[in-house]
Structure formats: structure tokens, C-alpha cells
Design a protein around this ligand. Sequence first.
Ligand SMILES: Cc1cc2nc3c(=O)[nH]c(=O)nc-3n(C[C@H](O)[C@H](O)[C@H](O)COP(=O)(O)OP(=O)(O)OC[C@H]3O[C@@H](n4cnc5c(N)ncnc54)[C@H](O)[C@@H]3O)c2cc1C
Length: 331
Amino acid sequence: MKGFDLHEPTTVSQAVGLLGQLGPGAKVLGGGSDLVGGMMKDWVQGKGLPLPSSLVDVTTIPEMQGIKSSGSGITIGATTTLTDIVESEDIRKTIPLLSSAAATIASPLIRNFGTLGGNINQRPRCWFFRGENFACYKKGGDFCFAVTGENTYHAIIGGELCYIVHPSDTATALLALNAVAKVAGPSGTRDVPFDSYFVGPREDVLRENVLKPNELMVEVSVPTPAAGTRMAWTKLKDRQVYDFAVVSVAVAFVADGSGKWTDGRVVLGGVSPVPYRAKVVEDALRGQDIKVAAKAAAGQIRTVARPMSLNAYKVDIAQNLVERTLLEALG
Ligand SMILES: Cc1cc2nc3c(=O)[nH]c(=O)nc-3n(C[C@H](O)[C@H](O)[C@H](O)COP(=O)(O)OP(=O)(O)OC[C@H]3O[C@@H](n4cnc5c(N)ncnc54)[C@H](O)[C@@H]3O)c2cc1C
């Protein structure tokens, strides 16, 4: 693989300074399971995607590590490992949806060194993006090979121009939990709600989130859910061993005493270039008896789905998983 310089800052401002100084060839390094083990070793590159020449390791920054709990919510440093998230009692008690989602990611070994920031900001797994012979839009090329090619696992919703699906399970769960990312850049830090953190291909086909090359994710905060919030996570994979989601569903909602939906979120992974908030389903549930309305509400997915030649099966799976996950959360 191509050689690179490794930098080990100990503060966020040092890391941001290095990213600015080293320029677009510098990348933020978490556990490296995707950036080094995937993207760099596989030489994923193009005219809009140079191979990294420098890595800025953020796991050496103490302020980006660990899980903090307070009355208002839970804050998770971006270099916290997925294993630490799965094993956190605070997370299991307050936002079990995140524990469940994190536990379905990859293998125990990868969870031991894969970080939250790396998981949320990992690049897509599309085989055309990762394959060296395809100069696709995401690498600065001028075509999406999924349109005429093998698109079994590609987007069924919101895929314009490029039809990747967002790969991160924690991102799907955190959007359902109304999380907020703290982003650091040259002019300080800013809070970005997950509702506006992810960027679709029409907005910018070269990236999947709002981060600029000289910015990094410092931490993620999840507000304490309202009393009585019900949550559930379902992920369908092609294989029983570790794998990415064909479709995943995260729900977090509040129901009144008679089981009627008052407020909440339904988010799908594996279906769209960004974690997809299914407002069509939420709207259909508003004020309704969830047990009665779940099936028809889940059917609303059909009104937004635009499957490609080989992936219409995902629409059926998405509809069924949304219904099943809503009912599971109800108990
Ligand atoms: C075999 C296998 C199976 C997998 N299965 C799943 C799965 O089922 N579900 C799932 O969600 N994931 C899955 N993954 C992905 C895996 O979870 C990620 O590789 C891992 O979480 C990335 O974490 P990392 O710390 O190693 O990231 P890195 O490889 O270090 O970084 C990944 C990307 O994020 C960027 N980045 C890292 N930290 C930050 C930060 N703080 N701020 C800004 N950018 C940052 C890097 O620049 C890079 O682009 C799988 C991976 C493998 C190899």
C-alpha cells in the first residue's frame, strides 16, 4: 500500500491545525478498520478522491474518549470503541436502541478497535465505489455503474445520481434518537443535529456528511428520551455472521396510555445514501393506535421507494421490518 505520515495529536485543536496544515491529502484516523484496512489497502482512489498521504490519529486525544452521562443525556466521545458502547450500562439503561444497533456491527474484533466516529463517517461499501475499475461519481468520475449494473444492494429511496446506501448502523440508531454531533474546525466547534449531518448525492456526491476536509467529529450527544419512550432495532443481513444491513430499522417513540402514537422517529438503514428518516410512516402513525395502524403506516414506504432493476425485494423487506419493529417496541 502507499506510504503515509502518521501524526498523533493530543488535543482537538492540534488535530484541526494538522488537518489544515497538511491539506486534502490528510485524513482523520480512528481505529483504521475502514480507512487503512479497506480504503487505503484497496487503493480506492480517483480524480475526486486522492489516496491519503497523511493520517491524523485522533485516538491519542483524551478529550475525545469515553461516555459521559448527565440528567440531560449521554455524550459519547468519537473515539469510544463500539465494544465500549455495547458494554455501557448507562447506554443500555437510557438508550438501549444504540446498544442493540452497535451489537450487530461487524465482529467482536472489529468492535474492539472500531470507533464511533469511524463508524458514522465510514465510506460506502458500494462495490463500484470500492472497485478499482470503476470511475464512479463518488471518485470524481461521471457515471453510476449501479444504474445499469449489479444493483442488488443499492438504494431504493433517495438515490439520485449515485445509488450507494449509507453503511453505518450507529448512524441509523442515532438519527432515531435525535442525536447531535459536535464538529471541530478552524473556527472552533459547532453542533450539528443528525437531521442535517448527512449529505445526499445531489448536495455533494463526493462526501456523505457535512464535514469539510479540515474538520472532525469530536463527540455525539443524545438527549435523555422522554419518559416512557419505546425503542427497538431490527437488522436484516444476508448472512448470520457479521455483515452490513440489507435493511435495518430503528424506532423510538412515545405512545399515550391507550397505545396511540404521540411523537417519535422511524429511521431506516441500508435503503438510501443517507440514514433515511421515514416521515411518511411517522405521519401515518400520528394520533393512531399503533397496533392497528402499524401495517398501513409501514406500507407508506412504497410511496417513496424507487427500486432499481434488481432490488425491488428490499421494498418488501423494508415494509415488513418497519411493521415488525414498531410492534416489537410496543411489546
Ligand atoms: C468485515 C467488516 C464488517 C463490517 N460490518 C459492519 C456493519 O455490519 N455495520 C456497520 O455499521 N459497520 C460495519 N463495518 C464497518 C466498521 O464498523 C467500521 O469499519 C468501523 O466502525 C470504523 O471505525 P474505525 O474507527 O476503524 O474507522 P476508521 O477506519 O479509522 O475511519 C473510517 C472513516 O471515518 C473517518 N473518521 C474516523 N474518525 C473520525 C472522526 N472522529 N471525525 C471525522 N471523521 C472520522 C475516517 O477519516 C475514515 O474516512 C464493518 C467493517 C468490516 C471490515
